[in-house]
Design a protein around this ligand. Sequence first.
Ligand SMILES: NC(=O)c1ccc[n+]([C@@H]2O[C@H](COP(=O)([O-])OP(=O)(O)OC[C@H]3O[C@@H](n4cnc5c(N)ncnc54)[C@H](O)[C@@H]3O)[C@@H](O)[C@H]2O)c1
Length: 306
Amino acid sequence: MGHGIAQTFAMAGCDVTGFDEVRAAGDSLHDRIRQNLRDFVSAELFAADQIDSTLRRIRICGTQAEAVHDAQFVTEAMREDLTAKQELFERLEPLVADDTILASNSSTFPISQSGVRLKRPERAVVTHWFNPPHIVPTVEVVGSPLTNEATIQATLELLRRSGKLAIRINQELPGFLVNRVQIAVMREVWDLLDRGVASVEDIDAAIQGSMGFRLAALGPLRIHDFGGLDVQTAVYRNLTPEIAACTTVPATVQRIVDGGNHGFKTGRGFYDYPPAVADQVRSDRDRRYLSLLKMFHQRNSAKDES
Ligand SMILES: NC(=O)c1ccc[n+]([C@@H]2O[C@H](COP(=O)([O-])OP(=O)(O)OC[C@H]3O[C@@H](n4cnc5c(N)ncnc54)[C@H](O)[C@@H]3O)[C@@H](O)[C@H]2O)c1
């Protein structure tokens, strides 16, 4: 996630410094971002002559102290380990100015937990990005009860200026907003697969061509309005007792995981991703996402003009 976040801010004209404890991750950063920027150029979302200057705005540092020196906004995108995140924030706080914003990209830990050792928790916030972060528009902004309004507003403003759809989440609930909805869908999809209701390919196709199609154009609540709330409430009452409510992973999915098949990164999950075509598969995915991003920008610019 870290390189995509760095790329987003650099594309918006910010100077970005970064640090990764694994040297190879830092060393490969510019190459990874260069490839992403080329994909943006191919999708006509970025000018080719801006690639070098954008990369020059991103500097990898040899230490954390150097990376955060003089920073106005610091975000962590390290592994999902609560103690490690707590220690990181504790270590960083004395290295930055009193009003530097400290952000966490955690998908699960609210800032009141990861920032529990901060002396100034009022400047701490979660900014929850979605993979791939340089493409997916939404970033959830979630403060704790101790986060002050200035921090929330400055974070929203920075993200919006960087082209993101920054959404303020009013409560620190587990999974924030989007992951709660995603998990609800994931539970039903995995249960349907487990019961053999349709094949992997057909489940994906059915959802892409219906729910996914409509969600990409409208939000869920607007879709419900068009469906008619009298109808929707009846469907809700009839179907909620029927759908999955389990909290254990269905056997079919657990078997795949137990077989060491963790998806794209291991070459096999629900689908196969042979190493020879892995780069191509990832680049196809990004091309699809970028074409949606283009539509998203067009829709927003039409809204701004009206
Ligand atoms: N992957 C996703 O889809 C996704 C989505 C939203 C949020 N997140 C969150 O973003 C964070 C990072 O996720 P990821 O998928 O990019 O993980 P990742 O494992 O791919 O990358 C984490 C990077 O952090 C580095 N790192 C670990 N400890 C460090 C430390 N103490 N100092 C400096 N660098 C350190 C690692 O070397 C690695 O390069 C996690 O908190 C995750 O929950 C991930």
